[in-house]
Write a protein that binds this ligand. Sequence first.
Ligand code: ATP
Length: 513
Amino acid sequence: MAQEDVFKALVSHCKEYGFIFPSSEIYGGLAAVYDYGQNGVELKNNIKKYWWDAMTMLHQNIVGVDAAIFMDPTTWKASGHVDAFNDPLIDNRDSKKRYRADVLIEDQLAKYDEKINKEVEKAAKKFGEAFDKEKFLETNPRVQENVQKRDALHARFAKALNDNNLDELKQIILDEEIVCPVSGTRNWTDVKQFNLMFKTQIGASADNTMDVYLRPETCQGIFTNFLNVQKTGRMKIPFGIAQIGKAFRNEIVARQFIFRMREFEQMEMQFFCKPGTEMEWFKHWKAFRMNWHKALGLGDAKYRYHDHDKLAHYANAATDIEFEMPFGFKEVEGIHSRTNWDLSRHAQFSGKKIEYFDSEENKSYVPYVIETSIGVDRMFLSIMAGCYKEEQLENGETRVVLALPAALAPVKCAVLPLLKKDGLPEKAAEIMNDLKFDFRCVSEDKDTIGKRYRRQDAIGTPFCITVDHQTLEDNTVTIRYRDTMAQERIAVDKIRDIVMKEISYKELLKKIQ
Ligand code: ATP
């Protein structure tokens, strides 16, 4: 199946099986806003638990907070968002569609990469084992031409971004002959800056209202609580503060399902360290966060780092962890070395001294910060994309299976009476009532057992337990494993151990090295 079709199938699967619905769908839906359904909310909660436990339980020096979405508006002046949280937008006059100028150019860069990769694939097929990729890349004229074009564009693009040169961004779009995917024309407007923050008011009467923003990132609630947590928690540097919460951005282009939403959730950790040690910690967190992703077992080749060309003015190093989505490698998480910029700015704007007294060094300083910032929704999408499989079975049928890591699966175990009579539903209920205190189980008796297995495969349930007449005689059941579809007969009192072992967060957390 073409990648585009895989993505379409995934989106409809998410809806059909109660993972994700368009927001307020009965009114036609709201662009780039989504609701999580009965299975989606479970998977999302499990992702958050995996992150929260990995950060706060595995690290004695990381604690959590849950800050409010509304903050004093000065926060956003201090953080630079009021003045500079902008994206460059451009409109196509014919289609009336709006785009991010930087994304149009990034897509163009990806096209050069695609061309290069196609040449490599073609040559690899032609030459077989004798193929020398390095040599081919260096010598093939068509590849060389595209490499040069890509590198030149890349350098020009990075410079335009760094110089904040909007005219140059437009000129690049014109020179590269980038067309609007809808109208197919090059009838572009000038590039303008657009602030992504949502504004609203607090206060009941017109004369005492205050403009406030919906936070565009969660980390500022961590910075403004730095002293509170450090003092009340008696935290010693280095230490981290973790938070999970909603963030809001008025994104210019709402595309790609839950990849780019206007209301989304972030899991962020700010790690406060001694100035001069930040590169060491940057390296540490870069590796730890990659391992956290890889421990899920979706395939190491699906992840890569992407170091930033354009550093935010406050950062001295930044990288993204990208995942291979059906629409290419895309950022799921950012790791940034933010220097002491945020704390210094909050000190400046609040007039409060925000420093740490280091008793070993016998001096005070403004700590440096390494941030790890991951979107829950993008993580959700990467997991769905990595686990969604359409399998061709030996009997000619296809089955759709979500091969979710068992710890994250919305339902861990389905207890299915073979028939809706002869006391089998009652026996299934008895088993379920015993297991439900340990993990999420469901029971259903409608349709053939084969159809019920398929439904559980489609939501990623790792275990199905079938209760039949023999169960009534010898207290054994059939357990069916989702991924292999293998079945075996086991005693009822063995179910708990088998399931618990497989769904254990402990085993998952231990895999993060
Ligand atoms: P992008 O370049 O894709 O807009 P970003 O670099 O602005 O993302 P950050 O500000 O670093 O993103 O935010 C950290 C994380 O929050 C991202 O890696 C992503 O997982 C998530 N995120 C950011 N914006 C959105 C959004 N609009 N919808 C869903 N998740 C988002």
